[in-house]
Design a protein around this ligand. Structure first.
Ligand SMILES: C[S@@+](CC[C@H](N)C(=O)[O-])C[C@H]1O[C@@H](n2cnc3c(N)ncnc32)[C@H](O)[C@@H]1O
Length: 315
């Protein structure tokens, strides 16, 4: 136990050092993941929405197997489908979160040695890498990663979100050529692919799924040995109830009330323990803070509310 705490402290010291010394990717990317000239209009979404066969069937009922899918959680994001790309709407904090998470992913892939060295200094440092973004929503994180050269698969359990993501990607050729969007759950996808991806991302998703253990082990199956797993989520602490739910949803109205259920938050130590169980070595754990006045995120040593993890699957 003491060993784990000591090694966690040592890792965190190293992590802070790595973050502070590696602004490389941040400097290369235009953070505006909402290109001004392209936006998915509500009307074009609505046209597509009408063509979607509404299928709210519980995935468990479909195949009788254990699932990570929770209909009432996915329904919240299905309802938000037309506002994913509204820079002033409910997803505003997810857009601004790109500044932290894209640099963490890009720098993490370069530093862990999986990114191709020949592209590391150029405008597409992620060229040649296959990345899966699980629970991609409308593609807010997929798009900047595709612009950095990665081949990105965006997967989401709400078909409406996939429709919006596809429509938006079509408007930028640089994104369109590098991104593929798929409708389904992680366990359905893992049945079709095995150790395929150089990196898997689950950003702001873990707190909306059933069975953290199943979700993480299934994600792990899709990652190549030596590949990376990036997670951002919310800690289970009294502070996360106050800051992440009471203030964010009911005082500042940053998110619709009811977006988060405190019972589904994951204690940081528990998450690290499960990742270790599935063969991951932790490289980085960071707290993330949000300033609602400037709509900007910043790294923190305090992980009591939002936090990010980068871990690598053992070879
Ligand atoms: C808070 S949103 C995060 C969107 C995106 N990752 C981002 O940060 O911009 C959570 C997303 O996870 C999706 N989701 C929930 N459960 C899922 C599951 N079991 N498999 C795949 N996607 C899931 C939801 O439909 C929703 O779009």
């Amino acid at each position: 136990m003491l060993g784990r705490i000591t090694s966690s402290l040592a890792t965190r010291g190293l992590q802070r050092l790595l973050i502070s010394r590696t602004p490389a990717c941040a400097e290369r990317l235009q953070w505006s993941s909402i290109p001004r000239e392209v936006s998915t209009s509500t009307s074009s979404f609505q046209q597509h929405e009408q063509s979607i066969q509404k299928d709210n069937t519980d995935f468990t009922a479909k195949n009788g197997k254990e699932t990570t899918y929770v209909e009432e959680e996915v329904a919240k994001f299905r309802l938000m489908a037309s506002s994913w790309w509204d820079p002033h709407g409910d997803c505003k904090p997810l857009h601004s979160l790109n500044k932290l998470r894209v640099s963490m992913i890009c720098d993490g892939l370069i530093q862990s040695g999986i990114a191709k060295p020949e592209y590391a200094e150029g405008p597409t440092p992620l060229k040649g890498l296959k990345i899966l973004d699980v629970g991609c929503g409308g593609g807010i994180l997929c798009e900047p990663l595709a612009r950095l050269g990665a081949s990105v698969v965006g997967l989401d359990a709400a078909e409406e979100n996939i429709t919006v993501a596809k429509l938006h990607a079509e408007q930028d050729p640089k994104v369109h050529q590098n991104v593929e969007y798929l409708y389904g759950t992680i366990e359905e996808h893992a049945e079709r692919v095995n150790e395929t991806y150089d990196a898997v991302i689950a950003s702001e998703v873990l707190e909306h799924v059933e069975s953290t253990d199943l979700f993480l082990s299934t994600c792990a199956e899709t990652i190549k040995p030596g590949g990376s797993f990036f997670i951002t989520t919310i800690n289970k602490t009294p502070f996360s109830w106050v800051g992440g739910i009471a203030i964010a949803e009911y005082v500042l109205h940053l998110l619709p009330p009811g977006t988060h259920d405190w019972n589904k938050f994951i204690p940081r130590q528990e998450l690290l323990f499960v990742l270790e169980k599935y063969g991951f070595v932790t490289r980085l754990v960071h707290g993330m803070g949000y300033n609602p006045l400037t709509n900007s995120w910043f790294w923190l040593s305090d992980t009591s509310i939002n936090y990010a993890i980068h871990c690598v699957k053992e070879k």
